[in-house]
Design a protein around this ligand. Structure first.
Ligand code: BF8
Ligand code: SF4
Length: 651
């Protein structure tokens, strides 16, 4: 069944109807997109796919094969594959953490009064984080507390001594495991620098030792950089709470000025949203014949804005070029990460003004307007004015009608609140429902959309398979956008697809069976949620014991590998698409990552491209964890459920 489905979907390149329409439109107009460029690249290099290509020094490049099993320096496939794996993780960690550093800098500037356009929106969280970091709060003005938090946060990237402060949040047994292997993450920059050092020619040449540092570097991302980004963004821009929003290209408006914000750092997009509601600018838009100014997002920036402000999402990674091809976008402002260089070419074919805003990320031939914290709102207004001025230059516009309504905004705090209510906020109801078997377990479906896979196909198929079998699904990144486009985050539609147990729980608390938890740095919310589940009791002493599993079958980036590895090192099984984790060139590395590592950390990797099979692996894993916890026995004696549950109440 899958093969037929796959061939059908692959022909269409995407399982999203709006995307299909735009792909066709681009083909008719002779314009290229990521799928065409992938075709032009085929066949892709088999050495690269397996991770056995090394170009770390100029005695190479070396490619490992049966004929030549060693590089010039003598490095074997194990070393080369492990080194490439670690380098990918170092790059992914850098991306998340440099984003976090930028947020920390704006945070500190805001506290010091040097970024007048930003304010601290969640002062409750500010005080909670202050307490966690040992910052005195009593009788102290918010800005002073924030300044101290900002200084400590910035220190996490480059401090000379000590380990990541947020890593202390992890369950104690988890911290002990990290200590045992000496991989509690230190300063983020240090782990990345050490990763690059270890992987230069002639340094670390033992694959297990290299992978151990891969875990430490990835942990510096998950329990360091990414977690700091999430927490500081929540304090600055507000912690997400559930609300409604709309998703897919149909959110673009024919009669309004359309502005797309694309990238990752909400520092830019928050200001554009503020500028777009400015009365004078709205009046200007009307003067040029537009009914209003419509801001929509793409990629993780989109998730940040939808979760906090209900700003619509136009699409995920593979929809970025398609959005421009609607002819309806006056301006696209991009910052960092997952911005295709191909945008520059597509924008030339339409009236869209493409603007880069981060000094770290310029595109040849594209106008650059730097976003500085001091003058952020003015810059944002300038961008909105440019968009308004460009409205008159529109040519033919084709906006697909598809859009879906979504309920989004499931931060760790809001899940706590929804489950327990304002006065007894807690994970207890979730734990109870996992213990009594209404919910079998939790699956995280995260990450990208890769043109090698029909867009959104595996994320949505996997989610549907899992909710049908009473697994609560949590999503982030482009996968969350995929699920929303499909209606899976809309309780009305999605609950029809959910199994009876999951449905009952979701209806009782008023949430969809697929929870939108934010952008890719917000995978840290999932680490915190796992920790809270452990703390709540009844489901083991460590993350590795709870029935939780993760998958990214459409992954693209080095960031995704870093995320995968920090979950593995935190005790979780992670499944990637078969050819999307380039380690198959070393049997030893594969055996370790897919098996042996579980003995060390309780988590491991698996690869499977078929979402139906992946769902079975995930379900079996969940049931295995339930068996080990002894909670499946409760289900067999279902008649005595209530009494059992009472007897089961855990301290
Ligand atoms: O950080 S999911 S394609 S947008 S990498 Fe990129 Fe992948 Fe999308 Fe956000 Ni995450
Ligand atoms: Fe080849 Fe070794 Fe240099 Fe890599 S480090 S390119 S394997 S000689």
């Amino acid at each position: 069944m899958l093969e037929e489905l796959l061939i059908m979907e692959l022909k269409k390149r995407s399982s999203d109807k709006a995307a299909q329409e735009m792909i066709e439109r681009m083909a008719d107009a002779g314009q290229q997109n990521a799928w065409d460029r992938l075709d032009a690249q085929l066949p892709q290099c088999g050495f690269g796919k397996q991770g056995v290509c090394c170009r770390i020094c100029t005695m190479g490049p070396c490619r490992i094969s049966k004929k030549a099993p060693l590089g010039v320096c003598g490095a074997n496939a194990d070393t080369i594959v492990a080194r490439n794996f670690l380098r990918a993780i170092a790059a992914g960690t850098s991306a998340h953490s440099d984003h976090a550093r930028a947020v920390a800098e704006v945070f500190l500037a805001t506290a010091r009064g040097e970024a007048p356009d930003y304010q601290f929106k969640d002062t409750v969280k500010l005080k909670r984080i202050a307490a966690e970091l040992g910052v005195e709060t009593e009788d102290r003005p918010v800005n002073e507390i924030a300044a101290k938090i900002g200084e400590i946060a910035l220190g996490e990237f480059g401090k000379a001594e000590g380990t990541q402060l947020m890593a202390r949040r992890a369950p104690k047994p988890r911290q002990e495991i990290w200590k045992k292997f000496d991989i509690t993450p230190r300063a983020v920059d240090r782990e990345v620098v050490e990763a690059l050092h270890r992987t230069t020619m002639g340094v670390d040449q033992d694959y297990k030792s290299i992978i151990m540092h891969a875990s430490r570097t990835a942990l510096a991302d998950g329990w360091g950089g990414s977690m700091l980004a999430t927490e500081l963004q929540d304090i600055l821009f507000g912690t997400p709470y559930p609300g409604r929003g709309e998703v897919n290209l149909g959110v673009l408006k024919e009669d309004e000025v359309n502005i797309i914000v694309h990238g990752h750092e909400p520092i830019l997009s928050e200001m554009i949203v503020a500028a777009a509601s400015n009365k004078e600018l709205l009046a200007e838009a009307k003067k040029v014949g537009a009914k209003g100014i419509n801001v929509a997002g793409i990629c993780c920036t989109a998730n940040e804005l939808l979760m906090r402000h209900g700003i619509p999402i136009a699409g995920n990674f593979l929809s970025q070029e398609l959005a421009i091809a609607t002819g309806a976008i006056e301006l696209m402002a991009v910052d960092v990460q997952c911005v295709m260089q191909g945008l520059a070419e597509v924008a030339k074919c339409f009236h869209t003004k493409l603007i880069t805003t981060s000094d770290k990320a310029k595109l040849t031939g594209v106008e650059h307007i730097a976003m500085e914290p001091k003058t952020a709102l003015n810059t944002a207004k300038e961008l909105v004015k440019m968009a308004i001025g460009n409205y008159k230059n529109r040519g033919r516009v084709t906006i697909p009608t598809e859009k879906q309504s979504a309920v989004v905004g499931f931060s760790h705090e809001s899940i706590n609140y929804i489950l327990g209510g304002r006065f007894r906020a807690s994970y207890r109801p979730l734990n109870d429902n996992i213990i009594n078997g209404r919910i079998r377990g939790i699956a995280a479906i995260v990450g990208c959309t890769n043109p090698k896979v029909p867009q959104d196909f595996t994320h949505t198929t996997l989610a549907e398979q899992l909710i049908k079998r009473d697994v609560l699904v949590v999503t982030t990144g482009c996968a969350t956008i995929a699920c929303s486009k499909r209606g899976l985050t809309n309780p009305k539609e999605a609950l029809e697809l959910a199994g009876p147990g999951l449905r009952e729980v979701c209806e009782a608390v008023g949430m969809p069976p697929v929870l939108t938890c934010g952008s890719c740095v917000d995978n840290s919310r999932l680490l915190v949620a796992c920790t809270e589940i452990v703390r709540e009791g009844g489901l083991g002493e460590d993350i590795s014991e709870i029935p939780v599993v993760g998958a990214c079958l459409e992954s693209i980036t080095e960031k995704a590998i870093a995320i995968g590895q920090y979950f593995v090192a935190s005790g979780v099984l992670i499944i990637f698409g078969r050819e999307l984790l380039p380690v198959s060139g070393s049997e030893n590395v594969s055996n370790y990552l897919f098996g042996g590592i579980e003995k060390d950390f309780g988590g491991r990797w698996a690869v499977e491209s078929d979402p139906f099979k992946a769902a079975e692996i995930m379900l079996a894993h969940i049931e295995g964890k339930r068996d080990a916890l002894g909670i499946n026995k409760v289900r067999e004696r279902k008649l005595y459920d209530m009494a059992d549950r009472r007897a089961l109440t855990v301290e």
